[in-house]
Design a protein around this ligand. Structure first.
Ligand SMILES: NC(=O)c1ccc[n+]([C@@H]2O[C@H](COP(=O)([O-])OP(=O)(O)OC[C@H]3O[C@@H](n4cnc5c(N)ncnc54)[C@H](O)[C@@H]3O)[C@@H](O)[C@H]2O)c1
Length: 241
């Protein structure tokens, strides 16, 4: 058993975002070799590789991930954290809005995992932590496209977790509750009426991004060696409250 993440080569998508950049911080502190991509290349100089990548575009994923592998020699672990949300009445969503929300989370998770799995199979070793949400397991009114996207990510994650578990790849899906990031600020700005979302977290507050990053670090580590296909609720009690 190896403790910590020293030397682990980890690729993070959405690495410039609120949670993504907290994951960069945490994994860097733990001695991992951290690679990050986002729509606009992350500015963090600690990244062993930083690149621009649209996770919904297979050619873009291949180009960025090829460049990352050329820089670091390989990807031992993947955290596909890129995601977007649109909050509005469902009958007002356009087909394009619905498609885009689904594509960033679900297609993006598929394309990035599809890239890393062959080398992980060859190494008989790999760790993947996908990004669900409380919306993957519960209802999310006015966030229906987002809930559909996150439900898809969770079921996709469970499927590949079982498919590859005996071949050395460990996949789990983290499902955060409300977390104070640019996405959450956007959700709050798009809400109508009184906002009870925060109060529905029994802990009485939103998460800090570092609290989500800590669980990602745990799931990537050998301490989570028997965790396969779990929906890991990191939600201040939201899903059971
Ligand atoms: N903040 C929350 O309350 C919360 C709760 C549960 C789950 N999540 C999930 O956590 C993850 C991170 O969210 P966050 O709150 O840090 O949001 P954020 O908006 O701060 O960061 C998301 C990042 O994804 C990037 N991104 C968007 N589309 C992309 C694309 N096509 N290709 C590459 N990158 C793209 C954005 O540029 C952004 O930097 C998301 O998957 C989100 O759905 C967030």
């Amino acid at each position: 058993m190896v403790r910590g993440l020293s030397g682990l080569r980890v690729m993070i998508t959405g690495a410039a975002g609120g949670i993504g950049s907290a994951i960069v911080d945490r994994l860097h502190d733990e001695g991992a070799i951290v690679m990050g991509v986002d729509v606009v290349s992350p500015a963090d100089t600690r990244l062993a590789y930083a690149g621009a990548c649209d996770v919904t575009d297979e050619a873009s994923v291949t180009a960025a991930f090829d460049a990352a592998v050329a820089r670091t020699g390989g990807i031992d672990a993947l955290v596909p954290a890129a995601g977007i949300q649109i909050s509005k009445d469902t009958h007002d969503l356009t087909a394009e809005e619905f498609r885009t929300v689904i594509e960033v989370s679900a297609l993006g998770t598929f394309l990035t995992t599809k890239y890393v799995i062959p080398a992980m199979l060859a190494a008989h070793s790999g760790r993947i932590v996908t990004f669900g949400s409380t919306a993957a397991v519960g209802s999310a009114p006015r966030l229906a496209a987002y809930a559909a996207a996150k439900g898809a990510v969770l079921q996709y994650s469970r499927s590949i977790a079982v498919e590859y578990a005996a071949r050395g790849i460990r996949v789990n899906c983290i499902c955060p509750g409300g977390t104070m990031t640019p996405m959450m600020k956007q959700i709050e700005a798009q809400r109508v009426g009184v906002d009870h979302f925060k109060e529905r977290h029994p802990i009485g507050r939103y998460a800090e991004p570092a609290e989500i990053a800590g669980t990602v670090a745990f799931l990537l580590s050998d301490d989570a060696s028997f965790m396969v296909g779990a929906a890991v609720m990191v939600d201040g009690g939201y899903s059971i409250g």
